[in-house]
Design a protein around this ligand. Structure first.
Ligand SMILES: [Zn+2]
Length: 48
């Protein structure tokens, strides 16, 4: 697995993450929990 991959429920470092399914980008602030993708409900993201 890619070390830059995060899943819903994790609290990763702040930054922009892209949905591995549809490519939607989400912005995570420090301390934020990764949400499900707002478009496709996917739970896997890669750091941009
Ligand atoms: Zn998606």
């Amino acid at each position: 697995m890619n070390s830059n991959n995060v899943t819903t429920g994790q609290v990763p470092s702040a930054g922009t993450y892209k949905c591995t399914n549809c490519g939607t980008e989400i912005t995570i602030s420090s301390g934020d929990t990764v949400p499900p993708c707002p478009k496709c409900s996917n739970t896997s993201f890669n750091k941009v």
